[in-house]
Design a protein around this ligand. Structure first.
Ligand code: UD1
Ligand code: UDP
Length: 386
């Protein structure tokens, strides 16, 4: 007997939407799945930006974001609300992604309802529960609760095996971020997007001009870390007046406050603080950039495919593949180190060329396809065994 399997995808933030969009698009192509998208809206504007570009309309929107929300407040609201949703909807499988409060809350609530969980982007570890905080804990806890573990790389699979996860439940699939990146590259090739927040045509007038793209939002960098990051950017913009520094600033007030205070004057007219960019314009800016300064996880994965050097403003990374490949380097949040490493890349062609090679350690663009096939096989066996 054939039936539709009800697969629930629970997502809440910008990176979850980017990385689950290819899975949603793939599930929707296949008639054996009844694919439901449930957004916690842990992020509001930044989530909506992504859903819109991928043409995804959520089936359920829990609208949980509050200004300057606390981790406990958000997590308890998510668990409480998802509890009611799962009781009514009774999914056959819940898919979560990554390491956010939404991911962990949905995995825990699924467990309470005896619903199998598939974890997309499983097995990333720094080994330090406080870095990144609280994401490392969210990942470890989600792995304890999940039934299917979709590990992007062999390194991630080994991390899970070391924690005693059954080998038969681990699948090395690549990372769906590369599927999303390929969709974006195709799109921007056919119609180059405007960059909201920058004067029309300005990027065209930067022909031949170097550009440093910056993002940052990690909670463990709040306070001193962010101040130091911003002071480094101010110093770099002063030293390199011929280089443009473009910084789409995350909407978290703990990020915006120091960024606006320290960089708001715009340097020598070469610092551009703008709102978070929609996904396709952001990829266009990555493509256009000379190098990237970031503490983001997803950007560490996308940049190697674009051949862009990344200086990671963190002390640890759960994504060692790009560092091993030579395209990413950890620089922490120390003023002198950020200024020195960025200056080196801007002045020493050999150093730059060493980091700018294209590699693809995170996938081939077919990850969503693999994940959906494995989900189908699992549900067939699970539901019809015996
Ligand atoms: C969250 C995730 C982090 C992920 C990041 C991606 C947790 C604990 N953190 O961090 O793992 O790397 O998203 O960006 O799950 N805000 C808005 N509009 C938005 C988004 C955020 O106003 O669209 C503001 C709100 O004031 C909100 C605050 O930012 O309360 C913090 O959002 P939250 O999702 O809790 O934390 P992030 O730092 O964004
Ligand atoms: N991104 C975006 N607009 C921006 C900044 C980033 O679309 O203004 C994309 C980026 O390409 C990557 C993802 O957002 O795919 C990373 O999200 P973020 O840095 O917020 O979270 P993390 O990956 O650190 O969890």
């Amino acid at each position: 007997m054939k039936r539709n399997f009800k697969v629930f995808l629970v997502l809440g933030t910008r990176p979850e939407a980017i990385k689950l969009a290819p899975v949603i698009l793939e599930l929707r192509k296949r008639c054996e799945f009844d694919c439901r998208v449930c957004v916690t809206a842990q992020h509001r504007e930044m989530l909506d930006q992504v859903l819109q570009v991928f043409d995804i309309v959520p089936d359920l929107d829990l609208n949980l974001m509050r200004p300057d929300q606390t981790l406990s407040g958000l997590t308890s609201r998510a668990i409480e609300t998802l509890d009611g949703v799962f009781a009514v909807e009774k999914p056959d499988l819940v898919l979560v992604q990554g390491d956010t409060a939404t991911c962990f809350s949905a995995a825990l609530t699924s467990f309470y309802h005896h619903i199998a969980v598939g974890h997309v982007e499983a097995g990333l570890r720094t080994g330090n529960l406080y870095s990144p905080w609280p994401e490392e804990a969210n990942r470890v806890l989600t792995s304890r609760l999940a039934t299917l573990h979709f590990a992007p790389t062999e390194v991630n699979s080994q991390n899970l095996l070391r924690e005693g996860i059954e080998p038969a439940k681990i699948f090395v699939t690549g990372n769906t971020v590369i599927d999303a990146l390929f969709i974006a590259l195709e799109k921007i090739k056919s119609s180059p997007p405007d960059i909201p927040g920058l004067p029309a045509g300005i990027t065209a007038s930067w022909n031949g001009v170097r550009m440093v793209l910056i993002t940052g939002h990690r909670r463990e960098n709040f306070g001193q870390g962010f101040e130091s990051i911003c002071q480094s950017i101010a110093e770099l913009a002063n030293r390199f007046a011929d280089v443009q520094f473009v910084y789409p600033v995350h909407l978290n007030p703990n990020v915006r406050e120091p960024v606006m205070k320290i960089l708001g004057s715009g340097g020598k007219g070469n610092i551009h603080l703008i709102d978070p960019l929609p996904y396709f314009p952001f990829i266009a800016m990555m493509h256009r950039s000379t190098l990237i300064l970031t503490d983001s996880g997803g950007i560490q994965e996308e940049a190697p495919s674009l051949g862009k050097p990344v200086l990671v403003m963190r002390d640890t990374t759960e994504r060692p593949e790009a560092v091993s490949a030579g395209t990413a380097r950890l620089v922490g949040t120390d003023f002198r180190r950020i200024v020195m490493e960025t200056s080196r890349l801007l002045t020493d062609k050999d150093s730059y060329d060493c980091m700018a090679g294209k590699t693809n350690p995170y996938g081939d663009g077919q990850t969503a396809n693999r994940i959906v096939r494995i989900c189908g096989e699992f549900l067939q066996t699970e539901k019809y065994s015996g």
